[in-house]
Design a protein around this ligand. Structure first.
Ligand SMILES: *Cc1c(COP(=O)(O)O)cnc(C)c1O
Length: 442
């Protein structure tokens, strides 16, 4: 399949007049169509709710789009809780699914009224000490151990993952929580990541539904919701078949009818905590070719680097690349597409077939809408790029400015060096009015 960007060369040439490359740009229309389809697929369940995994794309402008469709926030840290709280998301619209959690994070979650999803049985006592008492509603994260397979395919290895309660701990934990006065219970599990198959959620749902029936029967705990968490993947590669969320919703419904309803549990709400599926395809990293290097290999040097998108360097992940304006040209050249870090793994693509690239060409790196900007870091003192929103009416809105050098140095602000750094900032611009700092808005 030909994987095409949601922006054209002409659009980008217009946008860079105001916002220089590199930047992440998000497609409002795509985000809206996708969340509508998700809601529709689970509309058979009265209590259904998606809690967007904030860590995937922690930008309030994007999260607010999802909020219009009734989505909540899945938070995993103090600052994600802060962001959700500041956006006015609170109470049971926040799912706090963290692990190895510091006490202060539980305290903030409690203040916001979030549903707390415990990662470990020892956290019951820890939480009680941190809060003084336990909330009335609690969720527990389940880890069945072993391998998670679909048919003969091993999808992931939960037995090797640090998360969750064992099965016997789920029973023990629910009994303990019930004794301590908890009234409503949830079950959560995240057993495989980026699954590009319609079978992951239905298979997971069956496991969790069966567990829920046994837990309710044996412990008397009232199960209010089952959280299928994240893990629905996206087709990063052009040859991959995208998931069909309607099929996924229908098959989870079938499992619900076969397992929960006969057990008298037809009032259980289904929750999801999707990140990648909600945003991944609707983000592009747009970058410009600034160097062509011919040594033992052919290199295209671009103005973005692993700081803007870490997945290729960290996981060897494939991200499709389109050279804008050359969508229909044959891919007759073999390139490594590289950033400027002093790290040889700072490559967006290795041995990638592309049309012939010229200096000045704009490259779209696809599927950066989730775990893209968010994973960025500042190695080599590189600054993080801006984020833009391509609105449904075709206009472009800045939704996060690019970092400036003084953002990078902000944590020196209590030291003498800070004034000298501030004086250095902008030296390169003096005289000619040229600006070379990446992505800075004038
Ligand atoms: C990362 C994460 C998610 C989102 O995962 P995706 O693969 O982006 O869907 C959801 N829940 C928890 C607890 C997570 O850690």
């Amino acid at each position: 399949m030909n994987k095409l960007p949601f922006v054209t060369k002409e659009q980008i040439e217009g946008i860079v007049k105001t916002y220089p490359t590199p930047f992440h740009i998000y497609d409002e229309h795509g985000i809206r169509e996708n969340v509508k389809a998700l809601k529709e697929a689970f509309s058979w369940n009265k209590g259904y709710k998606e809690f967007f995994a904030v860590k995937a794309t922690p930008n309030p402008f994007l999260i607010n789009i999802l909020r219009e469709y009734g989505c909540g926030c899945d938070c995993s840290s103090y600052t994600e809780l802060m962001l959700s709280g500041a956006m006015g998301v609170q109470g049971e619209d926040i799912m706090f699914s963290s692990n190895n959690t510091p006490a202060q994070e539980f305290v903030l979650a409690q203040k916001l009224g979030a549903v707390i999803n415990l990662d470990d049985i020892t956290h019951i006592d820890y939480l009680e000490k941190a809060l003084g008492c336990l909330p009335k509603t609690i969720s527990c994260r389940f880890n069945p151990g072993g391998y998670f397979s679909l048919g003969t395919d091993i999808m992931d290895n939960p037995g090797d993952a640090k998360y969750g309660f064992t099965e016997s701990q789920m029973f023990e934990g629910f009994r303990l929580l019930k004794e301590k006065g908890v009234e409503r219970f949830g079950i959560h599990a995240f057993l495989a990541s980026n699954t590009v198959t319609n079978e992951y959620y239905p298979t997971l749902a069956r496991q969790l539904f069966e567990l829920a029936v046994r837990l309710e029967k044996e412990t008397g705990a009232k199960i209010a919701f089952i959280n299928l968490s994240g893990g629905i993947g996206i087709p990063y590669r052009p040859e991959q078949e995208p998931n069909d969320i309607r099929v996924i919703g229908r098959e989870v419904h079938r499992a619900y009818q076969e397992i929960l309803e006969p057990a008298g549990m037809g009032d259980v709400a289904i929750y999801t905590e999707l990140g990648r599926f909600m945003m991944g395809p609707y983000g592009h990293l747009v970058t410009q070719a600034i160097h062509l290097k011919h040594t033992y290999k052919e290199y295209v040097g671009v103005d973005a680097c692993a700081v803007d998108l870490m997945r290729p360097a960290m996981y060897g992940a494939y991200h499709h690349i389109t050279v804008l304006g050359k969508e229909d040209e044959p891919c007759g050249c073999l390139y490594d597409v590289t950033g400027s870090l002093c790290e040889n793994n700072d490559k967006f693509a290795i041995d990638r077939k592309l049309p012939q690239v010229d200096i000045g060409d704009y490259l779209v790196i696809h599927d950066t809408g989730a775990h893209g900007y968010a994973m960025g870091y500042n190695y080599n003192g590189k600054l993080k790029s801006a984020e833009l929103l391509l609105k449904e009416d075709g206009s472009v809105q800045l939704i996060r400015r690019a970092e400036t050098p003084m953002d990078y140095f902000a944590t020196f602000d209590c030291f003498d060096i800070y004034e000298k750094l501030a004086a250095m900032d902008g030296l390169e611009k003096e005289g000619d009015g040229e600006r070379t700092q990446k992505g800075r808005v004038q």
